[in-house]
Design a protein around this ligand. Structure first.
Ligand SMILES: *Cc1c(COP(=O)(O)O)cnc(C)c1O
Length: 303
């Protein structure tokens, strides 16, 4: 059996050179998890690996999960599943339109069977009744929650903390920043760092309270130990998940032009937009050292 070995420590930690940062006295580097693999991008590998191991240990060879038509999670699952000889099934919200978009096209090319789920049914995806119906239809399948949101995923994301390297003085306030949707990667980082670090997670959708509760629940399930201070940063979702606005688009164009570091508008663009916004407002003070986690992502077309 071929095993994929992607390790967080092989991701480059790239210093960002930008006059805007110099003007604010902030040192920023980006942990390029997006460069680890073309399809198993960013944080998705860390969330999936323990889940794949669990499925294998239970003798299950079929993996099933859910996602939208531009789901980085389904794409990563298809690619990771293929390399590990799993059968993969992706239940896609809404329709599976042909010709397929690049995300679904690649997922299918990796052997994933794509099946549409009506938007109404998809809304019930977290309910026991829905999951039971799915399990009855595919009795042999190991079901992975949408986005890989699970305690196994949290444990897998702890590895990312091992790749952080601080280069500034130890007296500088240290912040790790990332984009968050399910809170899985956030909880992994918080549980693997100590209180000398502050983890700030830009929320890419609405629903701050629910997400904080979920993160607290996961942390409570882990063995007691040091924890980073953490915060969910609301207010930068541009109207909701995958929504965008002219300010966000202009920020992304400017940042990519100045630094050469790619960002997409759904996750990493909102994260960096919030970093620069909070730097300008003084919320991230001069003298801070910030490491941004580049969680990957493929850019959907503008709508
Ligand atoms: C899935 C994804 C995230 C969100 O990670 P969570 O662990 O669900 O919070 C962030 N960035 C990118 C690029 C993603 O694809």
């Amino acid at each position: 059996m071929r095993q994929i070995t992607l390790s967080a420590t092989s991701a480059p930690l790239q210093p960002v050179h930008d006059a805007v940062l110099d003007a604010h006295g902030v040192r920023l580097s980006v942990l390029r998890l997006d460069l680890l693999h073309p399809f198993i991008s960013g944080n998705k590998w860390f969330k999936l690996r323990p889940v794949l191991e669990k499925a294998r240990a239970q003798g299950q060879r079929t993996l099933l999960s859910f996602g939208g038509a531009w789901s980085n999670h389904l794409l990563a699952l298809a690619a990771a599943g293929q390399q590990d000889a799993f059968t993969t099934i992706g239940l896609v919200r809404g329709e599976v339109l042909r010709p397929l978009n690049p995300v679904l096209e690649t997922a299918e090319a990796c052997g994933m069977q794509l099946l549409p789920v009506s938007r109404t049914d998809y809304r019930a995806r977290h309910t026991q009744a829905f999951l039971q119906a799915v399990q009855e239809r595919w009795p042999q399948a190991f079901i992975i929650p949408e986005g890989g949101a699970s305690l196994e995923g949290v444990l897998g994301c702890q590895e990312i903390a091992g790749a952080l390297r601080w280069t500034g003085p130890a007296t500088s306030p240290r912040r790790v920043t990332l984009a968050t949707a399910t809170g899985t990667t956030l909880a992994g980082l918080v549980s693997a760092l100590d209180e000398s670090v502050r983890v700030e997670a830009t929320l890419v959708l609405k629903g701050e309270d629910r997400l904080s509760d979920q993160v607290r629940q996961w942390l409570a399930l882990l063995p007691a130990g040091p924890r980073a201070r953490w915060q969910i940063v609301p207010g930068w979702h541009a109207g909701g998940y995958a929504r965008r606005c002219p300010e966000l688009d202009a920020f992304i164009t400017g940042f990519v032009g100045r630094t050469g570091i790619p960002l997409e508008p759904v996750y990493t663009g909102k994260m960096m937009w919030s970093v620069y916004g909070r730097m300008a407002s003084g919320e991230i003070p001069s003298g801070s050292e910030v490491i941004a986690i580049h969680t990957g992502g493929i850019s959907p077309p503008s709508t």
